[in-house]
Ligand binder design. Structure first.
Ligand code: ADP
Ligand code: MG
Length: 514
């Protein structure tokens, strides 16, 4: 009988009072792709960090190919044949691909002979695993998909036969993710063992052989992928049944609420980030903006939300909005019926040192409803905050707790409660479920649909294509500061949107919005 490539036995790890890993045991057979899925904070990255020697477990044993192995640091992990592909690549930007691959693995510190040898090895690896990258290209000149391949090559060059990938597709377009999965498939064929950490059920279903579910530091189940379903995995992750599909009626768009014409934004360095964006949005409609992050979506939300200046024309309910920043800011935008859930809630959506109740009125604290004479009516605001906390299921339900002490998902609910309950005409919403658990995602999606059905106009920016496809009534794809085109969700698919997100025009006009 073959030994497991990886066997973890009773691994536990605490950070102060937080038990990140509680008595975890798994066995992963060689030549398989094993998925690890779980909500944010479930303990996945901690477990992988223990396996790669970044953290030392408080208790437990590691066996690699049947051998009990101590992994005090990443050198030991590499020596044991374990490679890790980081979420934030650790590559040197102004070095070539080749130099990055051998960095830290040079023969006796001699670069030149190492380079020649590495070039040959790289060519072989590229052919064996379809991992093609130009060895002489500078890292800064290649896209993230290729940078990720360099990380994989780096691990293979160090003779890894176990590869750990922690949320590898977060930065990729769907086409790049497909390519990555093909590469992982090739690695499996060659007998490599792969641990794939993801919170995306679809990826688990598509590529893994077996999957373990983590919840609150524990490994709650390990199942064969072929014998499970997304619904079942979601239930194991959350601990209750979850509705994975968004339930919604067709939109009934009314009057135009938002008109954007030739909107342009330059960043601090004078680089144009929005290059002439035009769009319209009607009441009772959700316009989803799809795109790989960094293609101008953030600037679009910021300029519309009054946090960034720009040129062009923006009209809300027929009234021109000032884009110069001289006459209008976030506050006066709110007075015009525009609510904004910023992408980066920690930096822009909340004041982390302030309490939850204070955060539930930011931007609206001058509202007469919250004033008593010249002062803020704190008792009233706290009462109001309690209602918001209850309706949005913020946990723990304590309005006096400081914002920074809530988890990411609950912070998001605080911002959503504040912005959505203002009953805005126009809701700008960025990455509504980033870092949010699937149970809360279900709730947030229902709230967004309810607001649409109440006749509000919603501009949704998300890098999650599934979210865009399931919520939007129309989809616009952004690439390099421009709108590549618009599609109707039921007449397009991830493949077509993915191509547009990569800047390729799809000549196929079927599904285009006239
Ligand atoms: P996941 O990768 O599943 O999202 P993590 O392993 O990153 O989860 O985190 C598990 C828990 O451990 C979380 O509550 C997190 O806040 C905590 N944690 C992780 N790393 C540290 C650390 N270096 N110091 C303190 N707490 C940590
Ligand atoms: Mg993690």
């Amino acid at each position: 009988m073959t030994e497991p490539a990886i066997e973890l036995n009773g691994i536990s790890k605490s950070f102060g009072p937080v038990e990140a890993n509680k008595d975890i045991s798994i066995r992963v057979m060689p030549g398989t792709i094993h998925g690890i899925i779980g909500e944010n904070g479930a303990g996945k990255s901690t477990l992988m960090s223990i396996l790669f020697g970044f953290y030392k477990a408080d208790r437990g044993e590691i066996f690699i190919h049947g051998q009990k192995t101590e992994i005090p640091d990443s050198q030991a992990a590499i020596a044991a044949g374990i490679g890790m592909v980081f979420q934030h690549f650790k590559l040197v930007e102004n070095f070539t691909v080749l130099e990055n691959v051998i960095l830290g693995a040079e023969d006796g510190g001699l670069l030149r002979p190492s380079l020649a040898k590495a070039r040959k090895t790289l060519k072989e690896l590229a052919e064996e695993y379809e991992l093609h990258v130009d060895p002489d290209a500078l890292i800064q000149d290649i896209g993230v998909g290729r940078q990720q391949r360099v990380e994989i090559l780096k691990a293979l060059y160090r003779k890894a036969d176990i590869l750990i990938l922690d949320e590898p597709t977060g930065v990729l377009t769907p086409a790049e993710a497909d390519q990555l999965f093909r590469i992982l498939g090739r690695l499996r064929e060659e007998g490599k063992t792969i641990l794939l950490i993801t919170h995306k059920l679809r990826e688990i279903m598509e590529i893994t052989d077996t999957v373990s579910v983590m919840r609150r530091g524990q490994m709650t189940a390990t199942v064969k992928t072929a014998e499970t379903s997304p619904e079942h995995l979601a239930e194991l992750m959350v601990g209750r049944k979850v509705l994975l599909r968004v339930d919604k009626k067709p939109a009934e768009p009314k009057d135009t609420v938002l008109e954007v014409q030739d909107l342009r934004v330059r960043d601090g360095k004078g680089v144009e980030r929005l290059k002439g964006v035009s769009l319209t949005l009607r009441a009772g409609e959700i316009l989803g903006i799809a795109g790989v992050s960094g293609n101008g979506q953030s600037e679009l939300l910021e300029v519309l939300g009054g946090m960034q200046t720009g040129t062009g024309h923006v009209r809300v309910n027929g009234q021109e909005i000032d884009l110069t920043g001289r006459f209008s800011d976030g506050q006066s935008r709110r007075a015009r019926g525009i609510a904004h859930v910023p992408e980066d809630r920690q930096r822009e959506g909340l004041i982390m040192e302030f309490s939850a109740w204070e955060n539930t009125v930011f931007g609206y604290h001058r509202d007469p409803a919250f004033q008593r004479g010249p002062f803020m009516d704190n008792a009233k605001i706290i009462e109001d905050a309690k209602g918001k906390i209850e309706r949005f299921d913020v946990r723990p339900p304590d309005p006096k707790l400081t914002a920074k002490n809530f988890s990411g998902g609950n912070q998001q609910k605080l911002v959503l409660a504040r912005e959505m309950e203002r009953n805005p005409d126009l809701l700008l919403i960025g990455q509504p479920t980033r870092g949010v658990d699937i149970g809360a995602i279900e709730f947030i999606h229902q709230q967004i649909i309810a607001l649409r059905d109440a006749g509000k106009a919603i501009l949704l920016v998300s890098v999650e294509l599934e979210e865009i496809l399931s919520l939007s009534d129309r989809i616009a794809v952004m690439f390099d500061g421009q709108i590549m085109g618009e599609r109707l969700p039921d007449r397009t698919d991830e493949k077509e949107l993915g191509m547009m997100m990569a800047g390729m025009s799809t000549n196929d006009t079927d599904g285009a919005v006239a």
